[in-house]
Design a protein around this ligand. Structure first.
Ligand SMILES: [Zn+2]
Length: 741
């Protein structure tokens, strides 16, 4: 489509139908054979004629692992008879359920970030076709009626008028068929078009009419379920409804081929010549994390170049939220918004997406330069600068036939992956606790030093190190242990790291995606061993086989006895890392959990405020409830935190960290804890945060740790591994895994 050549398919309308991104919404995938059968065999309708002028692409099962987990389970618990009444095990799917993929990621949140293999492979093909229409078939609670487009507000402001009105036309066409059969349905009430990583929004930002369809059902509906109106919802009914909707979608595509085609061509042409949005050029400073950010853009077909010359200009600087002078250096990244994928580019880069309505289904800010904390500048006029398609000067570290040590900077999660490799290969590694100058190098806090002296067992030391770094990207040889400003490599400034032996709790009550994010992190990002055990087996586990235990998010209270067992293990030298509501597991032990308030005054003040609010609320209208509820939370927003760079948990992070806040938990600065990452007064934030929650955030803690005996507890109030895409969070979490303090 973007090649400009008429290949014959250019005049055909392309419809892409996706089924079963959530594996336990089984009616979606089960509908596919019937849809295809109808399309190919129904002689009463003129489908034959339609198919001559179109291409229908059907992805019958976006989440094969989740689907197979669900199907495998339900086949085991299903007999000859169905059990339409709810109390049968076929309606109660066990943890972790089939919604998620192998690594327990929600693939319907992953379209833009592509952290998962299934998404990467799908988008590769998707971008080869760029269909006019994409429809994503789901299931929701069994008592609901069918949902189809048009979507609910908020719409992202880059959703075009044509896309909006076409959604409405398709919806009306579906309604016609549902009306004729007396079937119930609804539109516009939920499922907005805002967060860009869904199966409706991602295609929308790629020019398509992107839609979610939801049949009633979901895991709990089993093979048949009795509804409150006396009817029984069966798998056959789901298939019937989905078939109507799929064929109606195809019909609308055929009947509107010309307008769909014209609009898609215009969409990309306008993106190339007259892009939406106020910025015309983005400049990214080239740092270690930049390559990973570019990789996200590249996977979606977004174009960029490397500056071939130096220039100085004035631009808006994301990290200061001000206009200022910037020196563009050679090999900095230049991204022009005038390009076919302009809309998607700008959506992924935008600092604060405009939100017309705060009632949304998902996070409200996702800006990639903040997620990666890559210095980003944006200009309202296009920057004229020569660029190359590859960086000009790839910096390689020098070779050394003999080295005293190797230096590895700790400035990106890639360093943690290299440390994991070193550890697996049996290298002993030291971490710098202060900034020192050695040779011509400045060694920062958290940087690693691999010395020959620590590794007498490694044969051909230099060669063995460099085998791990064939491109010479990571290690810099060091010829002496003598520091120019004090703090020699053999002294106290460099601490030998322990080898983590890590256990993660899983099981009923834990948040499956939280477990999955940790699992994926160890297996795919670090590539480092991890044991996972259901917490129900805690009493059977020899905790002393591990020195690091991770409590994922979720609601799975451990008993006081179990927490005491963990506490004893910590005192003897263990490290306990708790994520999000996993920190509450510790509350049963006095002095172990985080306290909401540090003083009685803070507590009284907060109680006074909520008392006053309750009094005011006496006169509020019933209808305002949902909106008032929102004032205490956030669906997800970015908060700029302060980092204590002198604490090992803050090493390598810089003096601030953009935390993605996806929960309403707040804890004031803790007494007797190290408050490593904190929300300052007058903090900067991006996206929607309810005003009540916002008022509780100043002087609260995001990452705190506390020593108990020989061990310690680390509490992450915000989840640094959220959906695996918050890149700087991946680096932060590595500090908790590897660094002593
Ligand atoms: Zn779904």
């Amino acid at each position: 489509m973007t090649s400009g050549k008429n290949t014959g398919t250019d005049r055909k309308v392309l419809v892409w139908l996706s089924f079963g991104v959530h594996g336990n919404e089984a009616g979606a995938s089960e509908s596919v054979p019937q849809i295809i059968y109808q399309l190919l065999t129904n002689k009463d309708r003129n489908y034959d004629e339609w198919l001559k002028n179109m291409v229908v692409i059907i992805d019958p099962n976006l989440n094969p692992d989740g689907n197979s987990r669900y199907i495998h389970w339900i086949n085991q618990v299903s007999g000859t008879n169905t059990h339409p009444e709810i109390y049968d095990r076929e309606h109660f799917e066990p943890w972790p359920r089939g919604r998620y993929n192998h690594y327990l990621f929600d693939l319907n949140r992953d379209w833009a970030w592509q952290t998962q293999k299934e998404t990467r492979q799908r988008i590769l093909v998707y971008n080869q076709w760029l269909p006019h229409i994409h429809a994503d078939f789901h299931e929701m609670g069994h008592e609901a009626n069918y949902y189809f487009a048009p979507a609910a507000e908020p719409y992202h402001k880059y959703v075009s008028d044509f896309q909006k009105s076409f959604q409405t036309e398709i919806g009306k066409n579906h309604a016609r068929y549902f009306d004729a059969k007396g079937l119930l349905y609804w539109t516009r009430e939920r499922f907005d078009l805002f967060y860009p990583s869904y199966g409706d929004t991602y295609p929308t930002f790629n020019g398509a009419i992107g839609m979610t369809f939801e049949q009633a059902g979901h895991s709990m509906s089993g093979r048949a379920i009795l509804l409150s109106n006396g009817d029984t919802l069966t798998l056959a009914r789901k298939i019937e409804n989905n078939t109507i909707v799929a064929l109606s979608t195809i019909e609308m595509a055929v009947k509107n081929t010309d307008s769909l085609h014209k609009n898609l061509v215009d969409y990309f042409a306008q993106s190339k010549t007259n892009p939406k949005g106020k910025y015309k050029t983005y400049i990214l400073k080239n740092s270690k994390s930049t390559a990973a950010l570019l990789n996200v853009l590249e996977k979606s077909g977004i174009e960029y170049g490397f500056a071939a010359q130096k220039i100085r200009l004035n631009a808006y600087y994301y990290q200061s939220r001000q206009n200022q002078a910037v020196d563009v250096d050679k090999d900095d990244i230049v991204i022009q918004t005038a390009q076919p994928k302009s809309v998607l580019l700008q959506v992924l880069m935008e600092e604060v997406p405009e939100l017309a309505d705060s009632l949304t289904y998902d996070i409200t800010a996702w800006s990639l330069p903040l997620a990666y904390n890559v210095d980003c500048y944006a200009t309202t006029a296009a920057v004229q600068i020569k660029t190359n398609s590859t960086p000009d000067a790839r910096k390689k570290h020098p070779d050394a036939t003999t080295a005293y040590a190797y230096h590895l900077p700790w400035d990106d999660v890639q360093s943690a992956h290299v440390l994991a490799e070193l550890t697996k290969k049996g290298f002993r590694v030291r971490m710098a606790k202060k900034q020192v100058r050695i040779d011509s190098l400045t060694v920062q806090r958290g940087d690693l030093m691999i010395t020959k002296g620590d590794n007498p067992g490694i044969k051909e030391f230099e060669k063995a190190v460099m085998t791990l770094d064939p491109e010479k990207k990571y290690f810099h040889p060091v010829s002496s242990g003598y520091s120019l400003n004090g703090g020699d490599i053999g002294g106290e400034a460099f601490e030998l790291l322990k080898q983590p032996k890590v256990l993660l709790f899983s099981g009923e009550g834990t948040d499956a995606t939280s477990v999955g994010e940790v699992w994926h992190y160890f297996e795919q990002i670090l590539q480092y061993p991890l044991s996972i055990m259901d917490h129900q087996h805690l009493s059977r586990i020899d905790l002393y086989k591990y020195n690091t235990i991770i409590l994922p998010g979720g609601w799975y209270g451990l008993s006081q006895e179990e927490v005491k067992e963990l506490a004893d293990w910590v005192k003897k030298g263990g490290r306990l890392i708790a994520l999000e509501d996993g920190v509450k597991v510790l509350d049963v032990m006095e002095g172990w959990g985080l306290q909401a308030f540090a003083t009685d005054e803070e507590k009284n003040e907060s109680q006074k405020q909520s008392e006053e609010e309750s009094l005011r609320a006496r006169t509020y209208a019933y209808e305002s409830f949902e909106r008032r509820f929102l004032s205490s939370g956030t669906a997800g927003a970015i908060v700029r935190n302060k980092v204590d760079e002198t604490h090992p948990l803050g090493f390598g992070m810089g003096n601030f960290y953009y935390s993605l806040k996806t929960n309403a938990m707040t804890y004031r600065l803790q007494k007797d804890f190290q408050n490593v990452i904190t929300v300052p007064d007058n903090f900067e934030s991006y996206g929607f945060i309810g005003h009540v929650l916002k008022s509780h955030l100043p002087q609260s803690v995001t990452l705190a740790s506390k020593k108990h005996g020989k061990g310690d507890v680390i509490c992450f109030v915000d989840n640094p591994l959220f959906r695996g895409f918050w890149y700087k969070g991946l680096q932060l979490f590595a500090n908790a895994v590897f660094f002593p303090y």
